[in-house]
Design a protein around this ligand. Structure first.
Ligand SMILES: [Zn+2]
Ligand SMILES: [Zn+2]
Ligand SMILES: [Zn+2]
Ligand SMILES: [Zn+2]
Ligand SMILES: [Zn+2]
Ligand SMILES: [Zn+2]
Length: 162
């Protein structure tokens, strides 16, 4: 035999009895919860109030707050939140949170590239306008670990050629 929903529940006449779940079919609604702190004991809905904090964690719903951390260097041992102090530097890398602290210095290696882009030509097929700009790529080196990165800057002056 097939399970049939109660006819009253079917037309949404649930039997709430001042609760958040229908006592006949278990349908939930977001009203009349039985709150135990931040969690409803009946349907396990959560709300962002009345948390039961133990340091930085709510013991009921495991929500994290940014206070009461237990710091081990830069990382909280309970929730793994990180702060920007007391890092464990190995060279330029923090061994706990993987933050980097390179000290970039220009290496003197730079290349300049002239770029152009067609911007029009729709009205008169014979006339084309170009945007022209210079791109300078500078190589920077970390003076602590020797790591390198490249930065590209566009020169500000734009000209148009017809
Ligand atoms: Zn129902
Ligand atoms: Zn509930
Ligand atoms: Zn909570
Ligand atoms: Zn924490
Ligand atoms: Zn760190
Ligand atoms: Zn470095």
């Amino acid at each position: 035999m097939e399970y049939k929903m109660n006819i009253f529940c079917k037309i949404k006449l649930h039997k709430w009895q001042a609760k958040c779940t229908c006592t006949r079919c278990g349908t939930k609604r977001d009203r009349m919860h039985d709150w135990n702190g931040c969690i409803c004991t009946r349907c396990h809905s959560k709300r962002n109030e009345n948390h039961q904090w133990d340091g930085c964690l709510c013991v009921l719903c495991r929500t994290i707050r940014n206070e009461g951390h237990e710091w081990d260097g830069c990382t909280c041992t309970r929730c793994h939140w990180t702060r920007n102090e007391s890092h464990d530097w190995v060279g330029c890398l923090c061994s706990r949170c993987h933050r980097e602290r390179h000290e970039w210095k220009e290496s003197g290696i730079s290349t300049q590239t002239r770029r152009r882009k067609v911007t029009s030509g729709s009205y008169y097929d014979s006339v084309q306008a170009f945007e022209v700009w210079d791109e300078t790529t500078i190589t920077k080196l970390c003076k602590n670990c020797g790591e390198s990165k490249r930065e590209t800057t566009e020169s500000e002056s734009w000209e148009e050629e017809y």
